[in-house]
Design a protein around this ligand. Structure first.
Ligand code: PGA
Length: 243
């Protein structure tokens, strides 16, 4: 496990963008696992800059997003598909057919989970998985639970997650209560993982993840078992770590 402490959000974002860009430089057809939320926005902006400067080329890159709200269509402004288009994909040269995001409007959600798992298996291991972390230490929408869910699954969101995500919606009751999420096995199968966190509200989750016991109650703690994981933290998110 590697921990990179950065001074602020901007430095965290730049560092993460360099890690992603160097992955693509090493392997132009890399499979990236991507995250949404407030945390990676700066990283996407830095990657767009690198693309415009011709430092990175997404022509052969394949992406898999971690999760999607259930019941939102891709053109709904709060869906993760919309987020990805608006904040990243529309600015780069990725091929639309290389973008994978669970379908939040699938009529049969268990079939959709199976389809997404099969796609992940067919493409082979994700080369680099980017993660954020919830205040409750969720990764993707793998919420605290009494067991780790291995595969892509349908999930009822935690009250804490719904509250944290309410900032993106007009009314708290508009926040979807359910989602489709890649599972812990899907995430752990990635060859490399980089987890980003900033702000004091993530400090407890980061401490438990890195220094605590491995437990499905702290989903991100499973990353202690991954052979190539890098935490890129700002000062506040790292502020409760022992070292
Ligand atoms: P955030 O969400 O980046 O909006 O804080 C992270 C997460 O829930 O994984």
């Amino acid at each position: 496990m590697k921990i990179i402490k950065t001074k602020d959000y901007q430095e965290m974002s730049k560092k993460a963008a360099f890690i992603v860009a160097s992955q693509i430089t090493i392997k132009n057809n890399s499979i990236l696992g991507l995250a949404t939320g407030g945390t990676p926005l700066g990283m996407y902006q830095e990657l767009i800059k690198l693309y415009k400067e011709e430092m990175v080329d997404f022509k052969e890159v394949v992406t898999f997003n971690l999760d999607e709200y259930y019941g939102l269509s891709g053109d709904s402004e709060q869906s993760y598909r919309y987020y990805m288009e608006e904040n990243f994909f529309k600015y780069i040269n990725i091929k639309p057919e290389n973008i994978h995001i669970p379908d939040g409007m699938a009529a049969d959600v268990s079939l959709e989970c199976k389809r997404y798992n099969r796609l992940l298996e067919r493409e082979g291991a994700v080369d680099l998985q980017v993660l954020g972390i919830g205040r409750n230490a969720h990764i993707g929408f793998n919420e605290p639970d009494d067991e780790f869910k291995a595969d892509t699954h349908f999930v009822k969101l935690d009250d804490d997650t719904i509250e944290a995500n309410a900032r993106f919606f007009d009314k708290p009751e508009d926040v979807p209560q359910k989602a489709i999420s890649m599972g812990i096995k899907n995430i752990m199968q990635a060859k490399k993982i980089v987890l980003l966190a900033n702000g004091l509200e993530k400090a407890d989750a980061i401490k438990k993840t890195i220094e605590g016991k491995i437990s499905p109650e702290v989903p991100a703690s499973v990353l202690q078992l991954h052979p190539d994981v890098t935490f890129v933290l700002d000062e506040l998110a790292a502020s409760k770590l022992d070292n």
